[in-house]
Design a protein around this ligand. Sequence first.
Ligand SMILES: [Zn+2]
Ligand SMILES: [Zn+2]
Ligand SMILES: [Zn+2]
Ligand SMILES: [Zn+2]
Ligand SMILES: [Zn+2]
Ligand SMILES: [Zn+2]
Ligand SMILES: [Zn+2]
Ligand SMILES: [Zn+2]
Length: 526
Amino acid sequence: MEVSALKLPIHKHRYRCNDSGCYNNANPGGWFHKECGESPSEINHPSHPEHPLTFNAKTGYKRCHLCGLLIRTHVLYHCSKCNFSICIDCKRNPPPLTVQHTKTHRHTLSLLARRVSFTCNVCGMQGDRSPYSCIQCSFLVHRDCIDLPRVININRHDHRISLTDHIGRRGNLKCGVCHQSVNQYCGGYTCSTCPDFVVHSSCPTKHRVWDGVELQGIPEEEEVIPPFKVVGDNLIKHFSHENHILRLESDGTSTRDEKTRCEACVSPVYSDPVYSCEQCGFILHETCANLPRKKRLPFRNIEFKLYAPDMDSYEAFECYACKTMFSGFRYKAYRISIDVRCGTFSELESYDFHDHPAVYYNDKKASPRCRACHQRGEMSQHMLSCDDCDFALDFRCFNLPRVVKHKDDEPPLSLCYGEDPNGNYWCDICEGETNPKDWFYTCSHSGVTLHVQCVLGDFSFLMPRRMIKYRRYCKFEVVPNDHCSRPFCACCQSRCIGPFFLTISNPEIIYICSEGCLKKRSLSHL
Ligand SMILES: [Zn+2]
Ligand SMILES: [Zn+2]
Ligand SMILES: [Zn+2]
Ligand SMILES: [Zn+2]
Ligand SMILES: [Zn+2]
Ligand SMILES: [Zn+2]
Ligand SMILES: [Zn+2]
Ligand SMILES: [Zn+2]
């Protein structure tokens, strides 16, 4: 097409464009977007019937008066008498002048196309431009709040929530998604089971925590399946161990060593209340036995189901949130597995490592550094953060055991949440320097400062002394590294220093010291 034949708007196009839809202008100045090339310099737009709108030639930034989009002036139509501007998208698809949506409001709503500050009657948030209005009721609503879903599931709550036009007085008036305050006189989502759970009406879509399914008219699934049946006094049959009966031991008299671990969370049970099997060594924390069979988790907008490993084909997996190798119970949805430690994280709970409640954080563009390990990376995809200060923690560090029994004959180590440096700190295990600002393990008797990684290694959350399958192609046993002589790793050829190593029959027995070495070896032996 001849460019000179087109009536181009007065337009300082400063950007070269590689789109196939671009016009090459023979004049110096280069290329034009197809959109710009074909746009008339003056239009009549239904949103502004009083005056024609013209292309604005000035540079700089403006917001569209209709949708609020931030625009460069070269794609802007403008009325200089009223200082009214619209973006190219709203020029192309003008918002309807009136809307009939009886679920939102019983009367017809009309577009008020101008800058005006208002409080939206549906979401209760401030607006600053072009609401839809019903003059006789003084009803004003954001364009985006007109067609909100009525009944939904969000990944922050286990029950359905439904839209109401009036939140009303409640014990808690903080949004369960953004944690900002909710206005009791406005609309929002509420839960019929939990009177204190409220959500701003705009937050499910804005924060992408909704799975996109409108549930109005869809009956709710019947009852929740409990994780166990009570079969007698303190006796239960748990879904993960159906052949035997488990007995509750809550008196705390029997103290077990750190090798006795809960099948669900793979942590030592010590003297915690547990359900134990009298016929085999199967044991569950009382709290772990109560883990719900289904759960909503912030990691994805789908429902997760609790899986217990099959004892005949016990398997290790990498947790999607903390990237740790784990062999206990998991919450699973499609191919995503979350270990039960990450799966029981609860937002707004107070934890001992920080003064303010922790919230879930996921922003790939701005991943903060973990306060505990000062790393940024794969794990910072999912983090805990704080609404009140710049604290952030990855899930691997969140899960670190507070107390670890490192050697049988020594007192337990406790997790220290960093210190102000005061001299040099050395790790007795690897003989390298310890950064005192990182979290480390210490012992009140000896004052050692041990690297977290040196104390735990990569296999501390795999069930010791059990054959475990890993990624279909390999099977290993997790062995405590407590013999006098430490074996050499078949992959890196150095001595295994972690608290556990793996043995693989190949058919001759070989040893593996770390997850990295396991992956390298597995790949070369496929
Ligand atoms: Zn009305
Ligand atoms: Zn909110
Ligand atoms: Zn609820
Ligand atoms: Zn447990
Ligand atoms: Zn995890
Ligand atoms: Zn960390
Ligand atoms: Zn904080
Ligand atoms: Zn070390």
